[in-house]
Design a protein around this ligand. Sequence first.
Ligand code: GDP
Ligand code: MG
Length: 379
Amino acid sequence: LPEVLVYEDGMNAQDLGKILHREPAEIIKKLFMLGMMVNQNQSLDKDAIELLAADYGVKAQEKEHVNVSDIDKFFEEEENNTSYQAPRPPVVTIMGHVDHGKTTLLDYLRHSHITSGEAGGITQAIGAYQLKQDDHLITFLDTPGHAAFTEMRARGANITDITVLVVAADDGVMPQTVEAIDHAKEANTPIIVAVNKIDRPNANPQHVKEQLMNYGLVPEDYGGDTIFVDISAKNGTNVDELLNMILLQADVMELKANPKQNGAGSVVEARLDRGKGPVATLLVQQGTLRRGDPIVVGDTFGRVRTMTNEAGQDLESATPSTPVEITGLNAVPEAGDRFVVFDDEKTARAAGEERAKEAQIEERKQNNRVTLDNLFDSM
Ligand code: GDP
Ligand code: MG
């Protein structure tokens, strides 16, 4: 037996058995004798663990944590570091009612305004891409619908600067149009309206304008300040004009970030690849992310082993508003998780492991918690 049982609130019989060098079965039996019926995976609270320790005649001492909120604070600090500011490209999300032309617009942009590689350069859908309009970069998030957007925002990731609202000119305002307006308002992003499908014979862009005024989106020619562009995503009509309006809006917003600090940002999407292991698309929001950087991503950590753009080309570094796909993480993070680069791998590992354990214990607590209190309650 150890002299001191260094425990964490939420540990289970298996965890405690390891520390006490006892079989979990013995721990479970002891707990049973103490009046607690548990299995080896059920998490135990402080009181239960201290009671067990006392029964073994061992001093119990709660473990001191690397403070997880400190890591969040670190992220905030990185994010709010304004000691040096450089302009950065806008990050744009396209939203709108189903079938109004979001995918068609994203595809048209993808094929007509490639920044990297040869023609047809975008080889993989990585959830985000950058394109170039008159030497200015624009980052588009290729989010699969409103759910992803809401989910990311719920997780604290506010990564969109500008919302492009696609409304089909032959269909007008529909339920998801209104939903998209609400999302954009909640996220505090300006809306640019792309009135789509103007090539259709029954297109009525004027009607769309009138409808949207009921939702506070007043076009400039009606004395408001919302930019409207009539487009055909299918034919590419006025798509350049739409990009110019995005750049104009971005200019007004004076979007800036500090590239001279540790990289920090958010996960756009992530998956497990059979060959490469965990693969994550990250949006750099602050600082510069470099190949080889020790990194904490949500509840996981690692080292940036490979870093590529949407064309699959290797990148050495990525500055704010750049979407990249990386490998080298020890687990798959979730969309909306934040990432921060640490100065050394040891700290990144410690922070990552701490966060992973916190998350695991938190999950256990949600699932099956046995405490002295609820045990007595149920008796
Ligand atoms: P999403 O659900 O918003 O992603 O809509 P899609 O991009 O899948 O488009 C739905 C349908 O509208 C498809 O059949 C498109 O080909 C068609 N569509 C999209 N944009 C245009 C357009 O500008 N003109 C015409 N005529 N059809 C379009
Ligand atoms: Mg679509």
